[in-house]
Design a protein around this ligand. Structure first.
Ligand SMILES: Cc1cc2nc3c(=O)[nH]c(=O)nc-3n(C[C@H](O)[C@H](O)[C@H](O)COP(=O)(O)OP(=O)(O)OC[C@H]3O[C@@H](n4cnc5c(N)ncnc54)[C@H](O)[C@@H]3O)c2cc1C
Length: 277
């Protein structure tokens, strides 16, 4: 049960959504944008989040796009993880979505909700970081399209009243060789101990992580170490583990030492798998 009352709005246009949000905010109703609601409702139930109004974006056509526009794949923020896996336009993103929660929840969790999640994993950002995706954000001044690195730094950083409309990815990335490794503590369906994902483009391996630190990330210096052909695979893995040792977390899913051990083996396996591709 949720111990507080809140108002529910379901606008049909981007402008209407921003206007309602800002009006509610002015009235002191602490509004939140609402995607699948899985996180908002479960946090409200346990009392760790409260809000006076929700602005549901699922009726807005621009947030529901899923398909190609010239040379880019467009993914609306209100499409669900199931929509992503069923369409399967980008196999790496489909793999990512298909390993988040269970099948029933995947039909509710939205792409935008996962990217904007307050939970640290936000795994669907990994394919976006790897492909230098562009994000479209709606706000009081209309729409803005920005490179992902400008608004996603450890988490999605939006101004008050702004919300994510869609992500676009250049088609060339969709067919690149890729890997997706999600290690969990016990069960297949669980938060990640480590998720490592990557793509190989023009002989260069890109890599991004979730679960390893308290935020998802992709770092240029880690990729340089990964691609340093003067070193054996295990030496590259040792260097990366050492470089990341300051950010690797310990939590109930595993100690930092265990994560380092898993990370090293994961990197060696990835390099072995990709060496002839
Ligand atoms: C059983 C279970 C297991 C899970 N396991 C994983 C996992 O392993 N890895 C992982 O990454 N995730 C996992 N998740 C998903 C994650 O934890 C979030 O619950 C989920 O991603 C939230 O999606 P939602 O669409 O329901 O968001 P909502 O609950 O609607 O919103 C979540 C947050 O995002 C904001 N928001 C929503 N849409 C937008 C938008 N378009 N623009 C800006 N802000 C927005 C909301 O205001 C809110 O703050 C799991 C969830 C469940 C229930």
């Amino acid at each position: 049960m949720i111990s507080f009352d809140f108002e529910y709005y379901r606008p049909d246009t981007l402008k209407e959504a921003v206007d309602i949000f800002l009006k509610l905010d002015k009235e002191g109703k602490s509004p939140v944008y609402y995607g699948g609601g899985t996180e908002l409702i479960s946090m409200a139930r346990v009392g760790s989040q409260s809000f006076g109004a929700v602005v549901d974006i699922k009726n807005i056509p621009e947030c529901k796009v899923l398909g190609f526009n010239a040379d880019t794949l467009c993914l609306g923020s209100a499409i669900t993880l199931s929509d992503i896996t069923e369409a399967n336009y980008f196999p790496l993103l489909s793999k990512t979505a298909g390993r988040i929660a269970d099948h029933t929840m995947q039909g509710k969790i939205t792409f935008g909700g996962n990217l904007a999640s307050t939970i640290i994993y936000r795994e669907t950002v990994l394919p976006l970081l790897l492909t230098n995706a562009r994000l479209t954000v709606a706000g009081k001044n209309g729409l803005a399209e920005v490179e992902i690195g400008q608004v996603f730094k450890e988490r999605l950083r939006l101004q008050k009243g702004e919300f994510l409309v869609k992500a676009t990815i250049d088609k060339k990335f969709l067919i690149a060789p890729y890997f997706h490794v999600k290690k969990t503590k016990n069960e297949k369906i669980d938060y990640p101990l480590i998720t490592a994902e990557g793509l190989k483009l023009d002989g260069y391996v890109r890599i991004a992580f979730s679960g390893l630190a308290s935020y998802p990330f992709r770092e240029a210096n880690i990729e340089n170490m990964l691609n340093d052909s003067s070193l054996e695979f295990s030496q590259r893995a040792d260097k990366i583990v050492q470089a990341l040792s300051g950010v690797i977390t310990s939590d109930l899913y595993g100690s930092a030492e265990y994560r380092k051990y898993v990370l090293k083996n994961t990197i060696v396996n990835i390099l072995e798998t990709l060496k002839d591709q």
